[in-house]
Write a protein that binds this ligand. Structure first.
Ligand code: ATP
Ligand code: MG
Length: 344
């Protein structure tokens, strides 16, 4: 649904150059909620602004719903109308809502419809239907100043939906909100994604946001995507930074002659007594250092950090046993070795 290839953005100001995007290949499938996470300055906002051509990429291409927006933007004024139309099918939600304070809630939602030339009666019908969709039917005549932050963001979302977009872009839509309101806004985005089949690309620096609503995620560092995939692919990648951050496990090794192993259970594997089988089969004592069960991307996943007596070399067979049970096994401290082996 959204594809960028080799996307680069270099800002030039007062003789200085900043490379905000450095060859970004992003692929967001139709109907998914895709989260991009990264530290401040990683290039997240630049990416989202290049996706809807609010910012002109320095090089590379952006395709949304099969249309090459970068090509349209490059064709000069005659393609301007086409580009505007294509952009009206991309909704955008902002961190600070960007509502006009002098306009009522309904008039704020009607604004993009006015720009699209929709007639007064149709505009009003549509705006009220959208406000109903986001749970604000009773606030149509209020002004932004009379709303809470969460309500303002609902107006921002209704406005973003005015052009019947196929794609919704959200840049830190919840970072100005408290945790409870954040949850309700994320739930709304999830509902819209499901009810309207909307593809959502959201930018955040909060891992909890990715955890609660995203089907897929990418990690950005210094203008590049360093990891990406569906949440279950990420969780199945040894040494994945995103997986570790999505699902942190703690527990320190208790001695030098010990092997620490992270075991991840997906689906039905969670209910089998594999740890007691392992203990009985190899006659070893297993300590549980940490464990957690959580829902990530709508999937139930269990994780456990266990410790086996002896060094890694002594535990190759029991670790093989765990792998044979269909469990994902990460030997703590061995990630670098595993990644290298995988790359061979
Ligand atoms: N208009 C601009 N002119 C010059 N440099 C810019 C401009 N916009 C962004 N940058 C620079 O590009 C880099 C990436 O910025 P960007 O806003 O994309 O980061 P971000 O990941 O969204 O960060 P944050 O989490 O703080 O919002 C930064 O070094 C920033 O200073
Ligand atoms: Mg930003």
């Amino acid at each position: 649904m959204i594809t960028t290839s080799g996307l680069t953005k270099v800002y030039r100001s007062r003789g200085r150059e900043v490379t905000a995007l450095d060859g970004v290949d992003l692929h967001v499938r139709e109907g998914e909620v895709y989260g991009v996470i990264g530290q401040s300055g990683a290039g997240k906002s630049s990416l989202i602004r290049c996706v809807n051509l609010l910012e002109r990429p320095t090089s590379g291409t952006v395709t949304v719903a099969g249309q090459d927006l970068t090509a349209l933007a490059g064709r000069g004024p005659r393609a301007g109308k086409e580009l505007r139309q294509a952009r009206s099918r991309i909704g955008m939600v902002f961190q600070h809502f960007n509502l006009l304070s002098s306009r009522t809630v309904q008039d704020n939602v009607e604004l993009p419809l006015e720009i699209l030339g929709v007639s007064g009666k149709e505009r009003s019908r549509k705006a009220l239907a959208l406000l109903d969709l986001v749970g604000l039917a009773d606030k149509a005549k209020s002004y932004p100043a009379q709303l809470s932050g969460g309500q303002k963001q609902r107006v921002g979302i209704a406005r973003a939906l005015a052009g019947d977009p196929k794609v919704l872009l959200s840049d830190e839509a919840t970072s100005a909100l408290d945790p409870e309101t954040t949850r309700s806004i994320l739930q709304l985005l999830r509902d819209l994604n499901q009810q309207l089949g909307l593809t959502v690309l959201l930018i955040t620096h909060e891992m909890d946001v990715v955890k609660s609503v995203c089907d897929s995620a990418a990690l950005m560092e210094k203008g590049r995507i360093v990891e990406s995939g569906t949440v279950s692919e990420l969780l199945a990648t040894p040494g994945s930074e995103l997986a570790a951050a999505l699902f942190p496990l703690s527990g320190e090794r208790t001695g030098a002659e010990r092997t620490v192993v992270d075991v991840t259970f997906h689906g039905e594997a969670a209910t089998r007594p594999v740890i007691s089988q392992l203990s009985r089969t190899y006659n070893i004592d297993i300590s549980i250092l940490g464990a957690a069960i959580d829902t990530v991307g709508g999937l139930q996943i269990g994780r456990m950090r266990i410790e086996l007596p002896g060094r890694y070399e002594d535990n190759v067979v029991p670790i093989g046993f765990l792998r044979e049970q269909g469990l994902q096994i990460d030997v703590v401290g061995q990630e670098a070795v595993l990644v290298k082996e995988g790359a061979k």
